[in-house]
Design a protein around this ligand. Structure first.
Ligand SMILES: [Fe+2]
Length: 270
């Protein structure tokens, strides 16, 4: 059951718009996902289709489809706001595409860009591309860093990015072992060191990987406290959808004994 404290959650990472990527497969499925989200205490979602280098999805198309979906939800009486966004795969030409207006920012605020890392090792150009995006006026939000191999092996890669003013989004399912023990372990480690500022579902379907945040918020509350859960699931996502720049809670570097424990624990996990 959703705890009353978690009313008004905002999910900034969902694949709820149908037939754009590997998310919802039909309008019916998208509506079912929205109904589940509203029931879970989610007030708004950002639709973030996968954007790869060769993609043909334009910001205009995402905005139009978002409006179409909102009209459908309003007609069905489902109380959920849908905002346009994108999950942009890391690529060397991202700064060029940003300059050309080809990248959809979260909630169309022009401020926050959700960036997805590859699941393997980070490419050599990573820091340069992220820096150039910042120089171009957007704040990169790293999508589910706990699922990236470079971050898993050296979480301070993420610490350095957060120190430079970027943010990171934790996926709820990672905390509950849905992506394996290494991802779960890394997710909890990042959370405990304030290296993630947003909780999102990364919901893809109506039957599994759903657009839900209630249980995951409860897990965050158990691991990091109720205040942290409210920050990650309600307050920070709201600031992001409003395009407001904010100071995140100070992150902690993983060093000394905790760094050693991390290396040993991580190696022991499969
Ligand atoms: Fe995603």
């Amino acid at each position: 059951m959703t705890r009353p404290e978690f009313k008004g959650m905002i999910d900034i990472h969902t694949h709820i718009l149908p037939s754009l990527d590997d998310g919802a497969r039909s309008w019916e499925e998208a509506v079912a996902m929205a109904r589940g989200a509203a029931k879970d205490g989610i007030e708004a979602v950002v639709a973030t289709p996968h954007i790869y280098e060769a993609t043909s999805i334009t910001p205009q198309e995402t905005c139009e489809k978002t409006l179409q979906f909102q009209t459908l939800l309003d007609g069905e009486g489902i109380k959920l706001r849908v905002l346009p966004g994108a999950e942009v795969h890391l690529a060397i030409d991202l700064p060029d595409r940003l300059r050309e207006g080809r990248l959809q920012t979260l909630a169309d605020s022009g401020r926050y860009l959700l960036v997805e890392f590859p699941f393997g090792l980070l490419p050599l150009y990573t820091d340069e591309v992220l820096f150039e995006l910042q120089a171009g006026g957007v704040i990169p939000i790293i999508a589910h860093p706990e699922r990236n191999e470079s971050v898993q092996k050296d979480p301070n890669r993420l610490y350095n990015m957060i120190q430079k003013g970027m943010l990171a989004q934790l996926t709820g399912g990672s905390l509950r072992g849905n992506f394996g023990s290494r991802v779960e372990y890394t997710a909890k480690l990042l959370l405990k060191h304030n290296l993630v500022q947003i909780l999102a579902s990364d919901g893809h379907r109506a039957d599994r990987r759903r657009v839900l945040l209630g249980k995951a918020s409860g897990s965050v509350a158990d691991l990091a406290g109720l205040e942290a859960a409210r920050e990650l699931a309600i307050l920070n996502p709201r600031r992001i959808t409003q395009g407001i720049v904010f100071d995140a809670k100070e992150s902690k570097k993983i060093s000394g004994l905790s760094g050693l424990i991390h290396t040993m624990t991580f190696r022991a996990l499969q």
